[in-house]
Ligand binder design. Sequence first.
Ligand SMILES: [Zn+2]
Length: 449
Amino acid sequence: MPMTPSWARRAVIEPLWTAVSGATLVPHWRELERTQYLSPAILQARQEERLRLVTATAARVSPFYRQRLAAAGFPNGLSRLSDLGALPVLTKAEIRAAGAAMLSTEVERSSLLEFRTGGSTGVPLRMLISEDISHMRNAAARRSDLWTGWRVGEGVGAVWGNPKLPQTIKERLRAELLNPVIYLDTMSLSAESVQAFARAWRRERPTLLFGHAHSIYLLACTAEELGIDEIRPTGILATSMMLLPHERQLIERVFGIPVFDRYGCEEVGLIGCQCERHDGLHINADHVVVEFLRADGTPAAAGERAYVVVTDLINDVMPFIRYRIEDLSASLGRPCSCGRGLPLMSRVAGRVADFLVRADGSRVAGISLIENTVTSIAGIEQMQIVQERLDRLVINLVPSPAAAATTVPALVEYFTATFPGAAVDVAIVSRIPQEANGKYRFAICQVAR
Ligand SMILES: [Zn+2]
């Protein structure tokens, strides 16, 4: 049995901790529980109010935004959501170039939480937020954790690269009392580590399985292979990347429950999450405005795949206004049958860098190529497509036991037909390495845009 029952965490320890520490997680979360059922019109009005505040603050305290907002004709901040279109989109390169000029000049630096992000592009960014913003983000994550059936106080099994383990005695105590988590480090996933994870699961009995989508898939594969059946989550939350259809099927077969998709980024936190209806992702509209923009910057229609551009409505320390994440998705433009007013977006179709380019300039989703080949060509355990130049592709292939002399020629034939004029090489590898953050990339396009 776990040391502390979950009802005690929920009903006794958390309220005590909140009262003693002054942490704002619980009050923020209670507010979010209520706002998720507000009407779309009211949610929009609240967004507009927060947009006014955050852009007015940015204009006042951040040298970078003071200049940017003034140049767009809004020296005192924006008044309406529709004013966002007057500002240029913000890129990661601009944030790096701006450095400290992005930040609020009015906050005491030592009071802030600092962390670094890597992201799939591997370009690091230094992030600063206040403790209150951190609690707000955790509150939003908790709201959507609850959609999976998980209850406050229950444990979590996290499948994560480079897990941040509690260090100090105070941190450990807090983790055990409030937020018990067992980890499976995806940077060293093996039969032994999965068995150890299963033992920890039996001991602690968490209910939510949470982690990078592909890592959850690898865990499910290993559990099935080894006949491990102790890992019995009541909810599965897959984050950070797409699941291929056959991966989703395998996870759902092994654990017997559907996967919930979640989407977010370290820069702005939670962006969207599926509810129990599994019909699109509810946008975390309390904290972010999400725009879907075409490459030319014009708004995309509902259902049209476009760039995800986010505005953080709560970060007044390091504001993110019209930040273009290099991901593609679409607004669904219709409500969810669950009754929540939070708008819906589609699953993320992939990072822009996951799209390969044909000689005629057309783009093709790496994930679709993988899907097509793994389902039609026998002998593929795992693969990754690297487009080095317009006319050269390298396929990193981990062969499965079913691989035959025909596997490689079939792959070459498929890719040569899909990319006319390109040279295609297949490299047999024993494994496809993860990125530093534990993510796995299906396709990497190195062709300059
Ligand atoms: Zn819903």
